[in-house]
Design a protein around this ligand. Structure first.
Ligand SMILES: NC(=O)c1ccc[n+]([C@@H]2O[C@H](COP(=O)([O-])OP(=O)(O)OC[C@H]3O[C@@H](n4cnc5c(N)ncnc54)[C@H](OP(=O)(O)O)[C@@H]3O)[C@@H](O)[C@H]2O)c1
Length: 248
């Protein structure tokens, strides 16, 4: 697709992968709308971009989402690209007997259900655009769950399943709206501060997204995700065990 003079909304655009995407997409006359809960982070981010503004909103809150949709309509009069990036992870032993349901629900609300709602509410604007896209930030764990972040993995698997269906439906009903999925490995952001592992730069992820959008490549697998995915296709059970540090 052509990424020029587009109006682009990025949830969680004030930090991490979202901000890296914003930097890459802020060239060529694109108009960016960054969304998040912390106004200070959004302000800082917008100040570093040529053509950007922000909307403070909690995407899990229905009132905030209605206000957000109204603001996008009133201020920008349309939308071409929606990047569903806001997300949260909690790491804890799955065998624990306290708080598992609450943590799983918290993750599911943001990582999956909020995406379904925001997409539903912004779809009319994307339908009205000449050339549109939805970019869902998923994870390597969308197809290879990790036991340390088991319920997070489940949210990203749900998002992957939903995205595949939505792509098929849009290809039939609104082919001008493309759906891209991004499957990053560990990336060096606030989210992974407590994890010790090799981490990819968010700028590399953003660059891969930019290139894939231009080439209409809808499955984006930055860094080691590409190799892990090939190994998963060849031997799913062995790859799952190795991915979880189990000797085979
Ligand atoms: N880092 C990784 O290793 C990695 C790997 C694979 C996939 N991902 C995915 O990449 C996406 C971005 O994560 P990141 O690594 O860049 O982490 P991050 O820097 O912590 O970014 C998360 C962003 O989401 C926003 N956010 C959180 N809750 C929100 C809410 N309820 N409403 C609106 N915005 C909210 C945060 O801003 P506020 O707190 O100000 O709201 C923040 O800007 C997530 O979906 C994550 O699951 C990350």
């Amino acid at each position: 697709m052509n990424i020029e003079n587009k109006t682009i909304l990025i949830t969680g655009g004030g930090t991490g992968i979202g901000f890296a995407i914003a930097k890459v997409l802020s060239l060529k006359g694109n108009n960016l709308i960054l969304v998040g809960r912390r106004e200070d982070k959004l302000k800082e981010a917008v100040a570093r971009l040529p053509k950007a503004s922000y909307i403070v909103a909690d995407v899990t809150n229905s009132t905030d989402v209605e206000n957000l949709v109204q603001q996008v309509n009133a201020t920008f009069g349309g939308l071409d690209i929606l990047v569903n990036n806001a997300g949260v992870v909690t790491a804890y032993p799955l065998e624990s007997t306290e708080g598992v349901y609450e943590k799983a629900k918290f993750e599911m609300d943001l990582n999956y259900l909020s995406v379904v709602r925001l997409t539903e509410r912004l779809l009319p604007l994307l339908k009205a655009s000449k050339e549109a896209a939805i970019v869902n930030i998923e994870s390597i764990v969308s197809y290879l769950p990790n036991t340390v972040i088991a319920t997070y993995s489940a949210t990203k698997a749900a998002l992957h399943s939903y995205s595949q269906s939505l792509r098929l439906v849009l290809q039939r009903t609104h082919p001008h709206i493309q759906l891209f999925e991004v499957f990053p490995p560990f990336v060096d952001t606030d989210m992974t501060k407590g994890f010790s592992a090799d981490k990819l730069s968010p700028d590399v992820v953003a660059e891969d997204i930019y290139n894939a959008l231009q080439k209409n490549e809808y499955a984006i697998r930055p860094g080691l995700t590409k190799d892990v995915y090939h190994s998963f296709l060849q031997s799913p059970e062995i790859t799952l065990k190795r991915f979880n540090g189990i000797e085979v």
